[in-house]
Design a protein around this ligand. Structure first.
Ligand SMILES: Nc1ncnc2c1ncn2[C@@H]1O[C@H](COP(=O)(O)OP(=O)(O)OP(=O)(O)O)[C@@H](O)[C@H]1O
Ligand SMILES: [Mg+2]
Length: 352
């Protein structure tokens, strides 16, 4: 499924904007600050979650606007939309064919994956960032992952709070929270390992071309009986002020397969290529498993690649579902044969 129409109202730098892209490549070019990434962010909000900037909703309504914002899209004969109102700027509302719907209902219609310049720090950055990245990959394959992750976090927060109580925590209440952590944490860890295994298989079946093949593995916590582990470690966790072990400490290890080099020590361009290889493999997996090819949002990807890799990228993306790409310079995309091309300037978007 691809977007046949996208309409923004009071979203970020746009008072009003409308695009009617074709399937395949959608290329947005314009100066720094013109509003290219804002459009990709709008598309990313058509799935559950906080979008590609992971920004608070209140930040998205246009300054000097009426207060709320809307992002509306047509997918064939389905209309989906999301936004906020001036009265409730932090509450996300969703509509499917004009009827109110839950945020999670969006994942029935659309799957969206993205790659942004902020993700350049993924390999060198914190385990938490990699875990969130992995969780988005899991979520695209198993929508129930969000539920288990949220329940696990909630039980863990409640346990941390209870352990911090000065006159000791009620053991039966602690036991109930630990059982909840074990149940949902077990689901979280299993879903992650299923995704990592499926993605590994897919990666090893792809040619090791200009998109350096990644070897991936799940690291960190690999326990079996989380409830028992938590019970045994109440003292330690109380002293630390948090649960020291558990699925919330897992990490995604990524290695440049051909060089046997940890991704963190690869060059910037190599890291970009590794990430692209991962995202492309994942997109294929999602398309196969869910019968729904994801829309790809590639923010400033072309600028980081040399001419050969850029050509290879466009070739690999050819014939996929909608792929949105941005860049400051239209010349980066001359090798894209067919695309809906837009120029972004002065708070407006024009088809070129
Ligand atoms: N809520 C808001 N109201 C008004 N303007 C906003 C809001 N949020 C962000 N902006 C503005 O939107 C502008 C465009 O941002 P965007 O990140 O889309 O630019 P870009 O074209 O991707 O630029 P670059 O090439 O530098 O990545 C920025 O100048 C920013 O200040
Ligand atoms: Mg940008």
């Amino acid at each position: 499924m691809s977007l046949t129409r996208l309409t923004l109202t009071d979203f970020r730098s746009y008072a009003e904007a409308q695009l009617e892209p074709g399937p395949g490549f959608v290329v947005l070019t314009g100066d720094n600050g013109a509003g290219k990434t804002n459009i990709l962010e709008a598309v990313s909000l058509l799935t559950p979650g906080r979008g590609l900037r992971a920004a608070p909703l209140g930040e998205m309504a246009r300054e000097q606007g009426a207060g709320g914002f809307t992002v509306h899209a047509r997918l064939g004969d389905v209309e989906i939309g999301t936004g906020t109102t001036a009265a409730a700027p932090e509450r996300r509302q969703v509509r499917v064919n004009s009827a109110p719907a839950s945020v999670n209902a969006l994942s029935e219609w659309l799957s969206v994956l993205w790659l942004t310049p902020a993700m350049d720090r993924l390999f060198a950055g914190s385990a938490g960032d990699r875990r969130r990245f992995l969780d988005r990959l899991v979520l695209a394959l198993e929508p129930s992952h969000a539920h288990h992750a949220a329940r696990y976090e909630a039980a863990m927060r409640a346990r941390n709070k209870l352990l911090a109580e000065p006159d000791g925590a009620d053991p039966s209440w602690l036991g109930a929270l630990e059982a909840g952590m074990a149940e949902h944490g077990g689901e979280v860890a299993q879903a992650r390992s299923r995704t990592v295994a499926a993605l590994s298989d897919r990666l090893s079946a792809t040619p090791d071309d200009d998109f350096a093949r990644a070897a991936i593995a799940l690291e960190g916590w690999t326990g079996r009986d989380l409830a028992a582990e938590l019970r045994a470690n109440r003292g330690r966790d109380a002293a630390a002020g948090r649960a020291v072990a558990g699925p919330h400490r897992q990490d995604l290890s990524v290695i440049h397969a051909a060089k046997v080099m940890p991704a963190a020590r690869c060059s910037t361009g190599e890291q970009k290529a590794l990430l692209l290889g991962l995202i492309l493999a994942h997109a294929e997996l999602v398309a196969e498993r869910r019968g729904m090819a994801p829309i790809l949002l590639l923010d400033e990807v072309a600028a980081h690649l040399d001419a050969r890799r850029r050509a290879a990228l466009f070739q690999r993306l050819e014939g996929r579902n909608q792929v949105w790409m941005t860049g400051t310079d239209a010349s980066l995309f001359t090798e894209v044969r067919q695309a809906s091309r837009y120029e972004v300037a002065g708070g407006a978007v024009h088809r070129v």
